[in-house]
Design a protein around this ligand. Structure first.
Ligand SMILES: [Zn+2]
Length: 364
């Protein structure tokens, strides 16, 4: 019997981290564990918890009959700019990390070879291996979370570009002189359609609604949109009817700072007009960005993953429509836009495959 090789994997998120153990030829984990990420306690605490989680996974695997010497290494996904050749996270705003030699720290602690990559590259590769990207020749993975990440997978390998930063689809400019982005630029897709941006736009729309309400404006001045998918100005609040308050306000007991994209998508699902307008506008922004990618790359698959993608058809259907309208017809026709099979498990799975590709197969 062919000897089995097992790979540890860790997906470090800004909120939670997930660890797993994978057979090198199977895209399903034997063991999977999750824990919160102690971001505020600094790099040392995050690494220590990651190592502890991986040790738990190792122990459980041993209990299940995996010989310790068959565990050959670990793949780690981190949300930020990663130099995979040196294993350094040059910048990870969600973790407040700069120039952290993360590969060496994990290697020392685990006593195993380690490979590090950007989490969105891992998620894209994970969906290609055993998710909605299976069988794709050229796939774009779009991770819609706190920020927007991306990974381009060509024939099963991540397209890295010349300096390793290819696939940063969240930082395509979709609006000149637009909203400020975490990258320092303005008008990036991420500044409009990330979870953070969706919550921010919802707060602004609520504020506009409150001001109009206070001013007791003419109720006929603004009509309700007939079709939530219709073109909307940047400040959608101004197109909403005056009388109906949004349920978003009561969902967080008036504490708007606690609003998240998940609230917005839940409220939209319940028919809330303001939330539906925000989601419709989000789909337009995403549609514009993805239509550009369809024209540039001509992919056969775009897979949406991350927390925002949990909105499901509410987002997927209008995004598909906008891409069909805006991209070259033949390219749009050839591209299936789908939701990730496992929005939360793709990253850790892809981290394991990254290790296999780069260490066991020797590809970069
Ligand atoms: Zn940006």
């Amino acid at each position: 019997m062919k000897s089995r090789r097992w790979i540890l994997a860790l997906d470090v998120g800004g909120t939670n981290m997930t660890a797993g153990l994978f057979h090198d030829e199977v895209g399903e984990p034997l063991v999977l564990r999750s824990r919160s990420t102690p971001v505020a306690e600094g790099v040392g605490a995050v690494v220590a918890r990651g190592v502890a989680l991986l040790d738990e996974v190792r122990k459980e695997a041993e209990g299940a009959g995996v010989p310790p010497d068959r565990i050959v290494g670990a793949g780690i996904g981190v949300p930020g700019a990663v130099d995979p050749t040196r294993g350094i996270v040059s910048r990870a705003p969600n973790l407040a990390w700069n120039d952290v030699p993360i590969r060496d720290r994990f290697q020392e602690a685990l006593g195993l070879p380690v490979v590090v990559d950007n989490d969105a590259n891992c998620a894209a590769l994970g969906e290609w291996w055993a998710g909605a990207g299976r069988g794709s020749r050229l796939m774009v993975g779009a991770t819609l979370g706190t920020g927007i990440g991306g990974g381009i997978v060509r024939e099963g390998r991540v397209l890295r570009g010349v300096t390793g930063s290819a696939g940063e689809i969240g930082h395509m400019t979709i609006q000149l002189d637009g909203r400020s982005c975490s990258c320092g630029n303005r008008g990036c897709l991420e500044a409009y359609a990330s979870g953070t941006a969706i919550a921010q736009r919802a707060r602004e729309a609520l504020e506009e609604q409150r001001i109009r309400h206070r001013e007791g404006g003419d109720p006929n001045r603004a009509g309700r949109p007939d079709d939530v998918d219709s073109p909307l100005p940047d400040h959608v609040g101004s197109t909403l009817s005056e009388d109906a308050g949004s349920i978003l306000d009561s969902m967080v007991d008036g504490r708007w700072e606690e609003l998240t994209a998940a609230h917005v998508s839940r409220a939209a699902g319940a028919g809330d007009e303001l939330a539906r307008a925000i989601m419709a506008e989000t789909a337009r922004y995403l549609g514009a960005g993805l239509a550009g990618l369809v024209n540039v790359l001509n992919p056969d698959r775009i897979v949406l993953t991350g927390g925002v993608a949990l909105a499901g058809d509410l987002l997927l259907e209008p995004v598909r429509r906008h891409v069909r309208r805006q991209a070259f017809p033949s390219a749009a026709e050839a591209c299936v836009i789908a939701l990730a099979r496992s929005p939360e498990g793709a990253g850790v799975r892809g981290a394991a495959l990254t290790f296999r590709r780069e260490v066991l197969e020797g590809h970069r």
